[in-house]
Design a protein around this ligand. Structure first.
Ligand SMILES: Cc1ncc(COP(=O)(O)O)c(C=O)c1O
Length: 326
């Protein structure tokens, strides 16, 4: 088919079997290549869904402005989706936003608002959220996206990615393994897959240093993965296991994915590879694992693909082993 715009190219991403990365004949690991979305990440899905649902139900109209605290994939996706649908978008970012992402936000047409004051916790999260709310109050026809609390976030994946996986994966699905930040993707996909596979186990891969599942806050360097707050949309009762993966292990996972499968993916995809390794090394039965690779590697050339960056991380032998909790 011929698409009318890049926004209609979002979704319908391919799935690939990772049997070079996971050669165990008892394992069938199938990955959804979300990095092949036009904006470069799976966040194109909630961005498209939020804009198109809003236009459909009348809560959004052309000319209105969306505002969100985001310095990464969702920002780039919202810049694309709003602009193609005749809306505008303000991304509230902070000094830790990478220069590549700042440039991408601008190039895709976002208005960028930089906060500079650290918050009470020493980071920028709360300052950014406050600034986004102030902007919405001060701007006529502006709407806050609020991805951590917005049900349209998980519903985007329920309606699209979850269904697409069911369309191509025949037979049982034993595990869904996915990286988390807002939890929108894992929850939306899990809810749809569980309608057909009620016994499926859901394994969340979180960053060491992220507080989503009640672990201690700590430094972490990979963008897009983990969070410094608990998402309102998260229902922990729907998650069977959590695996915490550190930056060094994520980098090793990325490099393994590239070396074995020639998949050039972002940091959270490497974390997912590490998470699947931890999970499946404990299994004593055959299993099919469905996973999601959220974004591409280019935005991580200075991170997981930079030898000096990896060498500067704590000695991986001293880094705490991935912590697995049920
Ligand atoms: C690269 C990457 N991986 C994983 C995630 C986590 O996805 P979710 O917010 O749906 O939990 C994100 C979200 O921004 C991301 O950008």
């Amino acid at each position: 088919m011929i698409h009318n715009s890049m926004i209609s190219c979002v979704g319908s991403t391919p799935m690939v079997r990772l049997n070079r990365c996971f050669p165990d004949p008892n394992l069938d690991v199938v990955a959804k290549l979300e990095m092949l979305n036009p904006g470069g990440s799976m966040k194109d899905r909630p961005a498209r869904f939020i804009v198109e649902q809003g236009l459909h139900d009348g809560t959004l109209q052309p000319g209105m402005r969306l505002v969100e605290s985001t310095s990464g994939n969702l920002g780039i996706a919202l810049a694309m989706a709003t602009s193609l649908h005749g809306l505008s978008f303000t991304a509230v970012v902070d000094p830790k936003t990478s220069s590549a992402n700042l440039r991408l936000l601008e190039l895709f047409g976002a208005d960028v608002e930089m906060v500079t004051e650290p918050d009470e916790a020493g980071g920028y999260l709360h300052t950014r959220v406050r600034r986004a709310r102030e902007l919405v109050e001060a701007t006529p026809d502006a709407v806050l996206v609020n991805q951590y609390a917005n049900d349209l976030n998980w519903r985007a994946y329920f309606e699209t990615a979850g269904q697409e996986i069911l369309d191509v994966v025949d037979g049982p699905i034993d595990y869904l393994v996915a990286a988390v930040s807002t939890s929108g993707s894992i929850q939306g996909i899990a809810r749809r897959l569980r309608q057909e596979h009620p016994g499926m186990k859901v394994v969340a891969v979180d960053a060491v240093g992220s507080v989503i599942f009640g672990a201690k806050a700590g430094p972490r360097q990979l963008p897009g993965f983990g969070a410094s707050r608990v998402p309102e949309i998260l229902d922990v009762n729907e998650i069977d296991e959590v695996v915490h993966v550190g930056d060094a292990e994520s980098a090793a996972g990325c490099r393994r994915l590239l070396a074995t499968e020639k998949i050039f993916a972002g940091g959270s995809s490497g974390a997912v590879v590490a998470g699947i390794e931890h999970l499946t090394s404990r299994l004593d039965h055959a299993a099919r694992v469905v996973t999601v690779l959220p974004d591409r590697g280019e935005r991580y050339l200075d991170l997981v693909y930079d030898d000096a960056w990896v060498a500067g991380l704590r000695d991986p032998w001293q880094e705490p082993e991935a912590v697995v909790s049920s």
